[in-house]
Design a protein around this ligand. Structure first.
Ligand SMILES: Nc1ncnc2c1ncn2[C@@H]1O[C@H](COP(=O)(O)OP(=O)(O)OP(=O)(O)O)[C@@H](O)[C@H]1O
Ligand code: SF4
Ligand SMILES: [Mg+2]
Length: 344
């Protein structure tokens, strides 16, 4: 990881509300993302984790400007890109890429692999030394695919190989930051570790920064330098990887960790099984949004929203009035395992 301290990505108060209409009348808004603050340094990987519907994809799509933020700001390499228009975004598109969750839907079935990977180069008018074909074949090799398969079509590849094609396409413009939206969750568990390892090697070799989106903490465990845990449109805890996994302070982080099979001791709380559904982002609970499922909730939690603040002046910040203390222990675990969802 780079030693530079200036963040590559600086996000402040990032918000996305989707208006809901009944006929012509506004009927409120889905508060999908509600005021996120975080930085990503060059070469750093930030994991963004939370249950389905908490706003991860919406956040990722705003970061690469596929979605227009409602409010807040996104700075990339010192430039405010929050509302940058298409022309201004073009040079940024090279530095900022996204890998999608579904390796089947994200590749055009009528195009050859060579054409798919070459597309970002062609769209941006880039003619690399040695020509486009040579560059595409280098990229295929880089992601562990046979460069001779240049003329094959997506359906001739397995799910894991298709995700590698998506990764090669994302790398074509030598980006500085990649948003990876659940890049392995559509793959067999046996293939997940291979793709995670590939991303980790690329991250190290190319000094890439990642925002790596996942719905559980097991997947990002061996990949991320820092982790942000989201609940109902908010970050409830953010910190260095080891702090999040060994000294989680937010009850929700503890519950997510509890779903990882080899977390052996959770301290006095023991194993935690979340009950109840995630409330609707149309009308989130007052005060702390987690309070309807939190076993520690008290009156104050309903009236006062907890701020995301460092509890001990360190790097770890937690949005909770009554944070947990103490360390939990866990086994080494495989590189990528899928934890069963906690709250079904
Ligand atoms: N275009 C849209 N219009 C209205 N609501 C939307 C829209 N896109 C997303 N939402 C809502 O915003 C919330 C956050 O959705 P998002 O897809 O960001 O969640 P997620 O964390 O990525 O979930 P998953 O783990 O299922 O992918 C959800 O309640 C979703 O229904
Ligand atoms: S603020 Fe209250 S309800 Fe929210 S996580 Fe902390 S203890 Fe639970
Ligand atoms: Mg999603």
């Amino acid at each position: 990881m780079s030693t530079e301290t200036e963040p590559l990505l600086r996000v402040r108060g990032l918000t996305k509300h989707f208006p809901v209409r009944e006929g012509f009348r506004a009927k409120g808004a889905v508060r999908a993302v509600d005021g996120l603050d975080f930085d990503v340094r060059p070469g750093e990987t930030l994991g963004l984790v939370g249950e389905s519907g908490c706003g991860k994809t919406t956040t990722g799509r705003m970061l690469v400007r596929l979605l227009e933020p409602t409010s807040g700001s996104i700075e990339f390499a010192g430039r405010d890109i929050t509302h940058a228009r298409r022309g201004a975004l073009r040079p940024l598109r090279q530095d900022l890429q996204i890998i999608f969750q579904d390796p089947y839907a994200s590749l055009n079935p009528r195009h050859t692999v060579g054409r798919i990977v070459a597309m970002p180069l062609q769209v941006n008018g880039i003619n690399p030394p040695g020509g486009i074909k040579k560059r595409v074949q280098e990229l295929l090799e880089l992601v562990g695919l046979n460069p001779e398969h240049y003329n094959r079509y997506p359906h001739e590849f397995s799910g894991g190989q298709r995700q590698r094609i998506g990764i090669a396409r994302a790398l074509a413009l030598r980006p500085k930051l990649i948003v990876a939206d659940e890049p392995v969750s559509a793959l067999d568990v046996s293939i997940q570790a291979q793709v995670i390892n590939l991303l980790r090697d690329l991250q190290r070799d190319l000094d890439l920064a990642f925002v790596f989106i996942a719905h559980d903490l097991a997947v990002v465990r061996h990949f991320c330098h820092r982790v942000a845990v989201m609940y109902l449109g908010k970050i409830v805890e953010i910190g260095d990887r080891d702090d999040i996994y060994q000294r989680p302070q937010h009850p929700y982080t503890r519950a997510l960790l509890s779903a990882i099979p080899d977390v052996t001791t959770l301290g006095p709380a023991g194993r935690i099984r979340l009950t109840g559904d995630v409330p609707t982002p149309l009308n989130p609970p007052s005060g702390c949004r987690f309070r309807t499922r939190c076993w520690k909730a008290q009156e104050r939690c309903a009236t006062e929203e907890p701020a995301l603040v460092p509890q001990d002046g360190g790097n770890q910040a937690t949005a909770c009035h009554f944070p947990e203390t103490g360390t939990i222990s866990q086994g080494a675990g495989p590189a990528a395992v899928t934890a069963e969802e906690v709250s079904k």
